[in-house]
Structures are given as structure tokens and as C-alpha cells.
Ligand binder design. Structure first.
Ligand code: HEC
Ligand code: HEC
Ligand code: HEC
Ligand code: HEC
Ligand code: HEC
Length: 258
């Protein structure tokens, strides 16, 4: 049979032409339910790994910063998984004989990477980028949940298109000061001792400096002052401060299907 589409046609286009009419048909109801089920999306499913690496121990208890291991998440579309060398910075000294770490030592000695199983997977025809989200104040927590409580890592959101779009429609509900992006326990409002949270330099685009090193007017007005203590007000200010675009632009298909 002749091919209906030339090889290079984007799968999204193909689905739009073939898939959408089907989704509106009677069978679509069952399919749509399957498509959202945790079985199909992988939500909450603990993924087995070659080494029992625990974020709960390393992040929750030891307090190691995400950037120590996921070094590229601020600059790149991709958040890297650390090489064995990063583990050995510590494990050459501690827990050196532990059986749990045998595959790590073997990987280091043989100079072959540990093959981790992926937990999150967005299909290749959708474009995702970490750096823009991090730069605009979307926290790791908003998309990955309580990683500091996880022994083996699991996916806490569906990663379906409707999930992406829900946030792109209402980004202000999910924006936080950029200084808090890595903080999995952050909440708007007062700090633990009751004092208000204040604006710090790391919250300001380009660190709020003029080329001659003085503070910009924007920075001078904010630094050290209390931040709004509730999400609706804070989100509104952040949306402007970080120049987050309007919802109509952000839900445009070509943002994510390029
Ligand atoms: C000591 C190193 C280390 C630190 C610190 C660390 N991670 Fe990880 N992370 C890993 C390793 C190794 C993996 C791969 C194994 C796994 O999925 O658990 C991973 C996997 C992940 C994954 C799943 C990736 C996938 O396959 O989809 C997410 C999400 C993640 N880390 C988020 C975070 C966040 C958020 C922080 C900071 C709060 C953090 N990590 C801190 C080492 C680290
Ligand atoms: C900054 C130091 C540090 C780094 C980097 C580090 N670890 Fe650890 N790791 C520790 C400490 C300390 C413990 C002991 C934790 C405890 O007893 O609660 C530990 C324990 C472990 C254990 C034993 C089980 C557990 O969680 O208690 C495994 C497995 C492990 N680490 C794997 C890794 C892997 C894989 C990497 C690299 C991706 C890594 N570690 C990077 C400090 C580190
Ligand atoms: C806006 C949502 C969002 C935010 C914010 C976010 N992630 Fe992710 N993350 C994702 C998605 C979606 C994937 C799967 C990407 C794919 O399959 O191409 C992912 C994948 C990962 C991976 C696996 C490697 C990769 O890039 O595919 C790691 C590690 C990770 N994230 C760590 C982090 C850390 C650390 C932070 C905070 C600094 C963070 N993420 C913030 C949505 C997010
Ligand atoms: C929790 C909120 C949130 C979620 C969830 C989210 N995003 Fe975003 N996304 C944002 C914000 C905020 C921006 C920055 C918008 C701006 O700069 O105007 C953004 C920007 C982007 C951009 C850059 C657009 C451009 O043209 O530069 C892409 C691509 C993108 N997101 C893809 C995705 C995909 C794919 C998913 C789902 C897998 C996703 N996002 C989930 C909040 C989110
Ligand atoms: C914010 C990012 C984002 C935007 C904007 C977006 N998509 Fe998607 N789209 C995704 C992601 C992620 C997937 C893969 C996950 C899934 O299947 O839901 C996807 C999947 C699809 C699929 C595959 C079928 C399906 O639903 O699984 C089609 C068709 C599609 N998108 C069409 C569109 C069209 C048409 C638009 C514009 C009206 C659009 N998308 C806008 C992120 C986006």
C-alpha cells in the first residue's frame, strides 16, 4: 500500500489529521480515559534503578543542592544526571564498603557510566526546556513534587499536554521568586520565625545591576522590602517582573510543537 504520509511528517500533524476525528468518536471516551490513567502516564510509579540512590537521604537529610548533581538545569533544556565521578567525590570516603554502592564503584573503576532508567518522558514531538522555566520562577517542586521525600524517584504529575497548558494559561499561580526555585518546601507568606520574606538580589532579573555596577531603580525599590505574602498578589508582581508573556501567546501550539 502506498504511504499516506511522506516519512518526514511530524507525528503531531499525523495525529491531528488521523487522530482527532477518532477522538471525537464513540470509542474516544474509553481511549481518553485510558490516556489519562496512571497506568498510561506513569504517575506515582516507582521506577527501579541499578543503584538504590535516594533523594530522601541525599537531599532531604544531607541537604545537598540540586545543582551539585543536576548542573545544567539552569542553562540547558536538559537537566543532566550526574556522572559517577560526582558520587565518588563523597563515596571514595564514606560508605566505601557498602554493598549498595558496589555498582557505583564498578562503574568508576571500569569508567563506564551507570545506566539510570528514565522516570520522566515527554514524547519527542513535544519540546520542553528546563532553563526557561527555572529563569522565570517555576520551581522544581511545581513539576516534580516532593523529591526530597523520595527514596526511588517517581513522577508526580501526568506530563500530559493538558497539564502543560493549564499552567501556561495561568502561570501566575505557579510563579515563585527565582531565589526559591530549588527550595522544595517554599510557601508564600511568613518565614518559620514569623518575619516576612523579603526581596533578595537573586530574585531580580540580571541581578538588578546597571552596567556601571549601581542598582537599577527597580532593584533599589524592591531589595530588602517584604514580598507580597499571598500567591495571587505575589504571582501578579512576579509575572511582570519576569516579563512572563500572556496566556494566549503561551498556549500557542508552536511553543511546544516546533
Ligand atoms: C547527589 C546527587 C543528586 C542530587 C543532590 C539531586 N539529584 Fe536528582 N537525581 C540524581 C540521580 C543519580 C538521578 C537518577 C536516578 C533517579 O532517577 O533517581 C536523579 C534523578 C532525578 C529526577 C528524575 C529524572 C528522570 O529520569 O526523569 C528528578 C526529577 C530529580 N532528580 C530532581 C532533583 C531535584 C529537584 C533535586 C534537588 C531538590 C535533586 N534531584 C538533587 C542525583 C541527584
Ligand atoms: C556530598 C556527599 C555525597 C554525594 C555527592 C553522594 N552521596 Fe551517597 N551518601 C552520602 C552519605 C553521607 C550517605 C549515608 C547516608 C545515611 O546514612 O543516611 C550516602 C548513602 C548512599 C547510599 C546508601 C543508601 C542510602 O541512601 O543511605 C547509596 C546507594 C548512595 N549514597 C549512592 C549515591 C550515588 C549513586 C551518588 C551519585 C549520584 C551519591 N550517593 C552521591 C553522601 C553522598
Ligand atoms: C515546568 C515543569 C518543570 C520544572 C519547573 C522542572 N522540571 Fe525537570 N522535567 C520536567 C519534564 C517535563 C521532564 C521530562 C523532559 C523530557 O522527557 O524531555 C523533566 C525531566 C527532568 C530530569 C531528567 C533529565 C531531563 O532533563 O530530561 C531531571 C534530572 C529534572 N527534570 C530535574 C529538575 C530540577 C532539578 C528542577 C528544578 C531546578 C526541574 N527539573 C524543574 C518538568 C520540569
Ligand atoms: C507550573 C507551570 C508550568 C508548567 C507545568 C509548564 N510550563 Fe512551560 N512555561 C511556564 C512559564 C512560566 C514559562 C515562561 C513564559 C514566558 O517566558 O513568557 C514557560 C515557557 C515554556 C516554553 C518556552 C516558550 C518559548 O517560546 O520560549 C516552552 C517550550 C514550554 N514552556 C513548554 C512546556 C511543556 C512542554 C510543558 C509540559 C511538559 C510545560 N511547559 C509545562 C510554565 C509552565
Ligand atoms: C505547553 C506545551 C504545549 C502546547 C502549547 C501544545 N502542546 Fe500539544 N502536546 C504537548 C505535550 C507535552 C504532548 C505529549 C503529551 C500528551 O500526549 O499529552 C502533546 C501532544 C499533542 C498531540 C498528540 C496527541 C495527544 O493529545 O496525545 C497533539 C495532536 C497535539 N499535542 C496538538 C497540539 C495543538 C493542535 C496545539 C495548539 C492548539 C498544542 N498541541 C499545543 C504540549 C503542548
Amino acid at each position: 500500500m502506498a504511504q499516506i504520509f511522506p516519512k518526514a511528517v511530524n507525528p503531531v500533524t499525523r495525529l491531528l489529521v488521523l487522530g482527532l476525528p477518532m477522538m471525537f468518536g464513540a470509542t474516544g471516551v474509553g481511549l481518553a480515559a485510558f490516556y489519562r490513567s496512571s497506568y498510561a502516564t506513569g504517575v506515582d510509579e516507582i521506577v527501579p534503578q541499578p543503584v538504590a540512590f535516594s533523594h530522601a537521604h541525599h537531599v532531604g537529610q544531607l541537604g545537598i543542592h540540586c545543582l551539585y548533581c543536576h548542573t545544567s538545569v539552569e542553562e540547558s533544556h536538559f537537566a543532566n544526571i550526574p556522572p559517577t565521578k560526582t558520587c565518588m567525590n563523597c563515596h571514595q570516603e564514606i560508605w566505601t564498603g557498602a554493598d549498595l554502592l558496589a555498582p557505583v564503584r564498578a562503574s568508576y573503576r571500569a569508567d563506564t557510566p551507570i545506566v539510570w532508567n528514565r522516570v520522566h518522558n515527554v514524547p519527542h514531538y513535544a519540546y520542553f526546556n528546563h532553563s526557561i522555566h527555572v529563569a522565570k520562577g517555576v520551581g522544581c517542586y511545581s513539576c516534580h513534587g516532593p523529591v526530597d521525600d523520595m527514596n526511588l524517584t517517581w513522577q508526580s504529575k501526568t506530563l500530559l499536554m493538558e497539564w502543560c497548558i493549564n499552567c501556561h494559561r495561568n502561570p501566575q499561580e505557579n510563579l515563585r521568586p527565582t531565589s526559591e526555585v530549588f527550595n522544595l518546601r517554599w510557601q508564600p507568606g511568613a518565614t518559620a520565625d514569623g518575619s516576612p520574606q523579603v526581596w533578595v538580589r537573586a530574585d531580580l532579573p540580571n541581578y538588578g545591576k546597571n552596567p556601571d555596577g549601581t542598582d537599577t531603580t527597580e532593584a533599589a525599590e524592591l531589595l530588602g522590602k517584604p514580598r507580597p505574602d499571598n500567591q495571587p498578589e505575589l504571582g501578579k508582581v512576579l509575572k511582570e517582573l519576569y516579563h512572563v508573556r500572556d496566556a494566549v501567546t503561551l498556549i500557542g501550539c508552536s511553543n511546544c510543537h516546533r
